[in-house]
Design a protein around this ligand. Structure first.
Ligand SMILES: Cc1cc2nc3c(=O)[nH]c(=O)nc-3n(C[C@H](O)[C@H](O)[C@H](O)COP(=O)(O)OP(=O)(O)OC[C@H]3O[C@@H](n4cnc5c(N)ncnc54)[C@H](O)[C@@H]3O)c2cc1C
Length: 550
């Protein structure tokens, strides 16, 4: 089947939905989403959205905190935009009907998280993401210009590659005309043609064995954009959340940073408080420092977990402020008001991604990216807590602003994109290969490309993942595509991109820590680690953005 629309949005998290709601007043919008509509990282966000709304706070302070966390790699212009536009976008959520928690004076109840020098986290108790996701979905469903396709998974972006054409010039760009998409229920592959395509596919935490991310987070957007020739940056900066519930059935359930902001203390199993030994902000130090401190304590003691202790805090207030965490822990027989919570770190957030400028434009014409899939320059080497929902909101709006103008001037005819050709492919019954390959990648990445890295481990991971990726590619070419095969192929690409970036960075900075280069190298430092699949794209990109200091 062939669909045609003005805007194709891939992903129904905060980035995709907020873009769609803005753009739908200017054209038709098709949102494709690979599972049920609400399934997204957004839906699981607990802590909240960082925003300067208190009279005692200032843009400068939020900017400084963000730059400090980013360890010298943030793009200042992107951070300024994020912080200054933030309050407007938060107010828009309120207009859509998001009910943020308020104090008795009816002002936002502002939480505090690691790395923030002020209380500035707007939240809906500890289910901010769910509240935002549901409210935006509700508004989306009511909009006559928006159509949502559930259980549709994008396979690849449509570009000149599908016409058998390569672009040789160093000044021209590829164009994106939409995507090939699998309807998972019917197992049909459709062509979605669009004047503008927006990647809002979120992160790729599933590349690691332990992750807070739901199963949809397989890095599809980065992998698709990379195959299409877009520039990808800073994939080595994976944020590991320090505190997820340690229990075999808890699926790395997140214990929000806000719990530490509320007064939670980290202790070894012997009861010793250890964070003051690692950082002056102790439990409120930036996440990478807390995660590495826990990793180091675990390695020293040989224990499987450390403890997050909130038993000294007021039980009623805890239940009131963190109802979801309280209930979830109770399910696993931990009453957090009476006993400390066993916690371990897990992969949480990808700071790098598809390179965009401040308008969310990628290096492929007609292709935009926003939300966790994008590298806007906001996070640098480490994301400041609760800046990601904000980034998704602010940059989705930037994409809206630019793409609406782009489609107004769109005069190109869509080319004859061929139907999906699956001649010579079969329904293989070897699905054990898929699950086995996935588990192998996840374990390799956890063991060799995790919180603490070294050249030896990275090289070993590189060789092994390359082998697995080649086998997957062979299998993919012979097999009728399914969602799990598409995801596996993407996970393998994302693993390769993370390893390649990590090997490129010969220093420790922010979230990337390697024992071979344990210091920041401020003399020979590299700004962003750029990776691109085609031979001309990087030069074209550098030619086109001479004003950006790469
Ligand atoms: C447990 C948890 C807690 C968090 N807490 C916070 C917090 O308190 N504050 C904060 O700022 N950030 C938080 N984050 C991070 C934040 O939630 C995410 O960065 C943000 O929600 C990403 O939004 P997004 O719209 O970019 O992607 P997502 O919300 O992940 O949405 C991605 C969408 O793309 C779809 N998709 C993916 N691939 C395809 C494909 N191939 N075809 C079709 N559809 C596809 C998915 O199904 C999904 O609908 C948290 C993350 C987690 C996991």
């Amino acid at each position: 089947m062939l669909y045609q629309t003005d805007f194709l949005v891939i992903g129904s998290g905060i980035a995709g939905l907020s873009f769609a709601l803005a753009a739908a007043n200017c054209g038709t919008v098709a949102i494709i989403t690979k599972k049920e509509q609400a399934e997204s990282n957004t839906n699981y966000a607990q802590g909240g959205i960082a925003s300067v709304v208190a009279p005692t706070d200032s843009f400068d302070s939020h900017i400084e905190d963000t730059l400090k966390a980013g360890a010298g790699l943030c793009h200042r212009d992107a951070v300024q935009l994020l912080v200054q536009e933030g309050p407007r976008r938060v107010q828009e959520l309120v207009r859509f009907g998001v009910e943020f928690t308020r104090n008795p004076q009816n002002q936002f109840d502002l939480g505090r998280e690691g790395g923030h020098s002020q209380n500035r986290i707007v939240h809906a108790r500890d289910f901010t993401g769910k509240m935002v996701e549901n409210t935006l979905l509700e508004a989306t469903r009511m909009h006559p210009n928006i159509q949502i396709f559930e259980n549709y998974i994008a396979i690849d972006l449509l570009t000149e590659h599908h016409l058998g054409a390569e672009i040789e010039s160093q000044t021209d760009f590829y164009t994106c005309w939409g995507a090939y998409v699998l309807n998972e229920e019917k197992r049909d592959i459709h062509r979605f043609l669009a004047k503008a395509t927006i990647l809002a596919t979120g992160g790729g935490g599933q590349v690691y064995l332990h992750t807070t991310n739901p199963s949809i987070a397989t890095g599809d957007g980065v992998a698709m954009a990379y195959r299409a020739g877009a520039v990808i940056a800073n994939m080595e900066f994976i944020q590991f959340h320090p505190t997820t519930l340690f229990h075999p059935s808890a699926n790395s359930f997140l214990i929000s940073e806000a719990v530490r902001g509320f007064g939670g203390l980290l202790r070894t199993q012997k009861g010793e408080r250890f964070m003051p030994r690692y950082h002056e902000l102790a439990e409120l130090a930036p996440r990478d420092i807390v995660a590495r401190a826990i990793d180091s304590e675990l390695k020293k003691s040989g224990d499987e977990y450390v403890l997050l202790d909130v038993t000294h805090l007021d039980a009623k207030q805890l239940r009131e402020r963190f109802p979801r965490i309280y209930e979830q822990c109770l399910k696993f027989n931990f009453d957090i008001t009476r006993e400390p919570i066993p916690v371990v770190p897990a992969a949480h957030y990808a700071c790098g991604g598809v390179v965009t400028n401040l308008n969310g434009q990628t290096t492929i014409r007609g292709l935009y990216a926003c939300g966790e899939v994008a590298h806007t320059g906001v996070h640098g080497a480490n994301r400041l807590a609760s800046n990601s929902l904000l980034e998704a909101l602010v940059f989705a709006y930037q994409v809206y602003g630019h793409s609406v103008e782009y489609i107004k001037n769109f005069s190109i005819q869509f080319p004859e994109i061929p139907s999906w050709n699956d001649e010579g492919t079969f329904n293989h019954e070897e699905w054990v290969l898929v699950s086995h390959d996935k588990a192998e990648i996840q374990e390799l990445m956890w063991d060799y490309v995790g919180i603490v890295r070294s050249n030896l481990r990275l090289e070993r991971a590189r060789r092994r993942v390359e082998l697995i990726a080649n086998e997957i590619e062979q299998f993919y070419k012979k097999t009728k595509v399914t969602a799990s095969l598409i995801e596996l192929r993407n996970l393998a690409s994302v693993a390769q991109l993370i390893i390649t970036s990590a090997l490129q960075r010969t220093e420790s900075r922010g979230l990337h820590y390697t024992t071979d280069y344990p210091q920041c190298d401020d003399k020979n430092w590299q700004r962003d680690t750029l990776i691109v699949s085609g031979k001309n794209e990087k030069q074209r990109f550098l030619n086109s953005y001479p004003d950006i200091d790469w």
